[in-house]
Design a protein around this ligand. Structure first.
Ligand code: MRU
Length: 354
């Protein structure tokens, strides 16, 4: 993983890019202070980048995982062209398990394995690269479609709350929740966005606020604990978030704090919108209880900016996702259409319509 500047810097947000045979990731650990790209030339470097949150957000880690599969195949092929399938197995497992909650990663690995199975002879890299690039392009197209569908539900002068970062940085571009907010703003329907800061990693403060402010979309930060008060006093009409996994019954895993926002939204008459591409839907997971919730280090909670603020000897419990039950979700937006009041039957219809 080599930190460097890309040869072709771009002004738009591009969290994942394939250039000159390598994967370039926009380092999300350093924003907004530093805009830097990291070059990955091995699958192990991509696995490390996913684990350390250089790249984050469910669709973005899925796309990074797809390109990691290309790098893993290249490494295995260069070691032994006759045994590459056997050699790349360990890397495939490491890629799939780089982070557990976002199903997009396992989904992307499965799509890449389908392509690998179709490679009869010769170097697998061209076919795998073409598939990774297609998954990348499909995600961008899905975001634009979801943006249009979701924005059509937003009335003029709406006040919107969003949580974590479900923006261009978390996807191939445009974003899921922020894609809806971008399109609603372009249609003149957004009075203001309240972005929750999203402790402990501060995706809202560092990433969502950065994305919205640089496009002139009015945004104010609130602490996570202020959310219910803001809903009660500031006329919030929608809470719009992304997802890491949607179970077969419509339960949604997303950034820790989403569940509390959904409860508060229901109590205050705000509507809850979850925006997620089909790559985030997991029909094999029956409900939210079956979703593996990632826990990260205590230091993410006990320290801020490298300084410990908790008393010595006090530890922390740090689950980084939670599950919002389907009954608290008003609208689920996918690229295949909108599902109001999602439940198992409505999601099954979506699956058959794929
Ligand atoms: O830990 P993160 O930053 O990867 O968590 C990201 C989220 O929870 C997002 O809301 C989700 O992945 C959807 S991104 C379009």
């Amino acid at each position: 993983m080599n930190p460097a500047s890309p040869s072709n810097p771009r002004t738009h947000v591009e969290p994942v890019a394939w250039r000159d045979g390598a994967l370039w990731l926009f380092d999300q650990r350093l924003l907004p202070a530093v805009e830097r790209h990291v070059e990955c030339t091995t699958s192990a470097a991509v696995v490390e980048a996913i684990g350390t949150m250089v790249v984050r957000g469910a669709p973005a880690i899925g796309i990074a995982g797809a390109y990691a599969m290309v790098l893993a195949a290249r490494e295995a092929w260069q070691r032994d062209g006759t045994r590459w399938r056997e050699i790349w197995q360990a890397d495939v497992t490491a890629i799939r398990e780089a982070r557990p909650t976002a199903v997009n990663l396992a989904w992307a690995v499965a799509r890449m394995l389908e392509t690998a199975a179709g490679v009869a002879t010769g170097d697998p890299e061209p076919a795998l690269l073409a598939r990774a690039q297609a998954l990348h392009a499909d995600d961008l197209a899905a975001n634009h479609r979801m943006g249009r569908l979701g924005a059509a539900l937003i009335a003029p002068a709406s006040v919107i709350m969003t949580h974590c970062n479900a923006g261009a940085l978390a996807t191939a571009g445009h974003g899921t929740a922020l894609g809806v907010i971008r399109d609603a703003h372009a249609a003149g329907c957004v009075r203001e966005v309240f972005a929750t800061e999203t402790r402990p990693w501060l995706q809202g403060a560092r990433l969502t606020a950065w994305e919205l402010a640089r496009e002139g979309i009015p945004v104010r930060l609130v602490t996570d604990g202020a959310a219910a008060h803001v809903m009660r006093t500031q006329g919030v009409s929608w809470v719009i978030v992304g997802a890491d996994r949607v179970a077969a019954n419509g339960d949604v895993a997303n950034k820790i704090g989403t569940y509390a926002l959904a409860i508060a939204a229901r109590a205050h008459g705000a509507r809850m919108m979850v925006v997620a591409p089909l790559s985030t839907f997991d029909p094999a997971t029956p409900d939210g209880d079956a979703i593996h919730i990632e826990e990260r280090t205590a230091e993410e909670v006990t320290m801020i900016g490298g300084q410990r603020h908790a008393p010595p000897g006090v530890g922390a419990y740090n689950p980084v996702f939670d599950v919002t039950p389907a009954h608290l979700i008003d609208v689920l937006v996918t690229e295949a259409g909108i599902i109001e009041r999602p439940d198992r039957a409505r999601l099954a219809m979506l699956a058959t319509g794929r």
